[in-house]
Ligand binder design. Structure first.
Ligand code: UDP
Ligand code: MG
Length: 345
């Protein structure tokens, strides 16, 4: 079977895009982030210049924004040869937008960062130093989360710990996608074609030396979170199902437990009937019926989650569709408005 996806989107925008290799690529997914863009560029570019002089590119991915984000990206790209803009055909979600940006990045080192400046670009020199000391991945680990609601902090804390219990891969707690990686780590990540992507987990799965940089997560620079509860729940389910089949095992145990209970109930009922003391009672019947019914639904639901994911994977659709690409002339990049050669069915 051919490799799924447009993971190597450079296939769509071939060799001409691949000419120079900057030392650092910064990949930033942006969904309705028009207000943050100028400040983001200012702080990011300063941090990059301080570490790698001019040998960097900032890849900004517009994930189907409905505000003026794309215009902002084009303006930055026209003003700076270091900016590459990638516009996706619609909102694909954070993890796929990130995947698109990673596939377009050319640097020897790759930094992933959010557009809202919650994670400080100023940590870059420290992260690069750790890579120079031999790490392949340097991830940011949050010691505090400022300006986020108690519900968000609480659910995030529970999620990371639950995930730790459920998965065999050690995914560090309290980390997001803010991280610096070497090209060889990214190459392995790019070779993983799955549709439901939980990138921080996938990076942990790769191995190599991975070290933490601890920091305080700041408030959003502007705007609201683009991760409402529904998206967070989806990410959490993706995370668990991508890295663990334990819920399936749990479903079997659950089914087995209720099976035993059913047997005990049956023995009791038969015993009562034999002793002639069986009293017609709807309470017990109804409760058993409800209990068994909900247990079955629960187990079926878990199986359904995995089955649905298998179905989506089997389709082998591209992960993302790039609509446009902008960057300055002379950077080896092309200005393209091209439909992908193998659009989704
Ligand atoms: N994002 C995206 N597509 C989406 C949702 C979010 O590209 O559908 C981007 C968003 O612009 C930001 C990053 O992903 O750069 C993280 O989102 P956000 O800051 O809203 O999440 P939070 O920090 O609140 O968890
Ligand atoms: Mg944020």
């Amino acid at each position: 079977m051919p490799a799924i996806s447009t993971l190597t989107a450079s296939r769509q925008f071939p060799d001409v895009y691949r000419i120079p290799t900057p030392r650092l690529s910064v990949v930033v997914p942006c969904f309705n982030e028009e207000e943050s863009l100028p400040e983001l560029f200012k702080r990011l570019a300063a941090a990059c210049r301080g570490s790698v002089r001019d040998s960097f590119e900032i890849v900004l991915i517009d994930d189907g924004s409905t505000d003026e984000t794309w215009r902002g990206i084009c303006t930055l790209s026209a003003a700076s040869p270091n900016v590459v803009g990638v516009k996706l055909s619609r909102n694909h979600g954070h993890q796929l937008a990130l995947s698109a940006g990673l596939s377009m990045s050319r640097g020897a080192l790759i930094l992933i960062i959010d557009a809202d400046l919650q994670d400080p670009p100023e940590l870059l020199p420290q992260m690069i130093e750790l890579v120079e000391q031999g790490a392949d991945v340097v991830y940011g680990q949050r010691t505090a989360r400022l300006g986020e609601s108690a519900v968000k902090r609480g659910t995030a804390a529970i999620f990371y710990r639950l995930l730790d219990q459920l998965t065999d891969v050690k995914i560090p707690v309290d980390t997001g996608d803010f991280r610096l990686m070497t090209r060889r780590a990214l190459d392995v990540l790019q070779s993983m074609p799955e549709q439901h992507r939980f990138i921080r987990g996938m990076v942990s799965w790769i191995g190599f030396l991975q070290v933490a940089v601890r920091y305080e997560r700041q408030e959003r620079f502007a705007g609201e979170t683009k991760y409402p509860f529904s998206k967070m729940l989806r990410l959490a389910i993706d995370a668990v199902t991508s890295f663990s089949t334990r819920p399936l095992r749990l479903a079997s145990f659950f089914g087995f437990g209720f099976g035993i209970l059913g047997m005990v109930g049956l023995a009791y009922t038969l015993g009562s009937w034999l002793r002639g003391i069986a009293v017609p009672g709807w309470t017990s019947i109804t409760s058993i019926f409800l209990l068994m019914g909900s247990a079955q639904m629960f187990v079926l639901g878990i199986i359904g989650e995995y089955l649905g994911r298998l179905y989506m994977e089997a389709k082998g659709r591209p992960l993302f569709i790039i609509e446009s690409l902008v960057c300055s002339e002379g950077t080896g990049c092309i200005d393209a408005v091209a439909p992908p050669t193998h659009a989704s069915a």
